[in-house]
Design a protein around this ligand. Sequence first.
Ligand SMILES: Cc1ncc(COP(=O)(O)O)c(C=O)c1O
Length: 397
Amino acid sequence: MSTIDFTETYYIDRRGSYSRKWDGEHLKFSRTDLLPLWVADMDFMPPQCIQEAICTYVKAQPLGYTMTNPKYLEAVIDWYKRRHNCILSKDWLTSAPNVITGLMWCIGAFTKAKDAIAILTPVYGAFDTSASDAQRQIIAVPMSRDEDNRYSVDYDAFEKAIIKHNVTLFIHCNPHNPVGHVWTEDEMNQLFSICERHGVLIISDEIHQDLITGPITFMPALSVSNDAYADNILSMSSLSKSFNMASLHHAEVIIPNEKLRSQYNAFKGLVYHTDSDVIAEAAITVAYTNPEAEAWLTDVLAVIRENYEYLCRELCTALPQIRISPMDGTYLAWIDFGAYVKAEDMHDLFENKCRIAPSFGEWFGGENYATFVRLNLATSLENIKTATHNIIKYVLP
Ligand SMILES: Cc1ncc(COP(=O)(O)O)c(C=O)c1O
């Protein structure tokens, strides 16, 4: 399907639906008439086959207590094998109501108060808040940015921080929100070998795994160096980003190490009392097995890529000193306006002049990123054109 046909078929006006992104601007912004490019969900209906699978289940069965459907487990295993060349065993799969809850449970299960947890900044803010809210210490290791605006790790600094703070857990984000980086095997090998040397457990948040629009192939952390680190990794994902179903509460938590898995499940058992969500299982099973869903994913990625290329072309022409990071994965563009706008003027510029609700840079690691915004490109090209036009109009001196 062409990008125009896809948008005509699936784009939806979400205002008035209690959408956090469209109707929740009062939660974070000074006004409510902004074009919302903040919360990371899409403005597209999910594939029709998923909509139908949910309706079919609800019409055919009561929503009684259930056990995990083996077809759902097979679908997840099949997806990882087909899409990511990663072989999972059924026993490794456990779950959480969503990725961040799974992350919080891991923090509860594997660390104690005041333990140090490492993250690579800038990064998705919930990593920091999940750890800080649980009274853990966050050790933020800033990444470096090269002249092409690509981010990389200073491995020496990473290792020194781990030693200095006696870090016990590292939260990895692959692909990396907000910088759009898809980690290569070599990069992960370096990071994970440092973790291994110092007994640091790894959580790999792979929720953006299917949103790859650049040249680097996504590799699950579990597969790095022929699965060399799999015993030390808790991997998490869900279909929520790939198929725009974030309010369907179910995430896969994949733990090959039996001891770690039992520990996770024991913690989960203290705070949660259910195994399966039938609606989520029905949706995931069809999303991961029906070719229609995969075709939808291909089409939505083409829309996202087109939006990114439009945004880059127009902004870089009008504002040649703007710094946009390569978006190889995710649908989130990470943009530094530092050459044009003072940090203290960013909110006023975006909210009162451009009339855009972005995710502001400081949400991803503090004031160092105050001249950045993250823009969500999973919307219509028309919305991206409006945003681009307004940015150029008001940023130019
Ligand atoms: C890296 C990352 N992890 C987790 C989440 C949230 O996932 P969930 O809704 O499953 O908790 C997001 C949402 O933006 C994200 O970008």
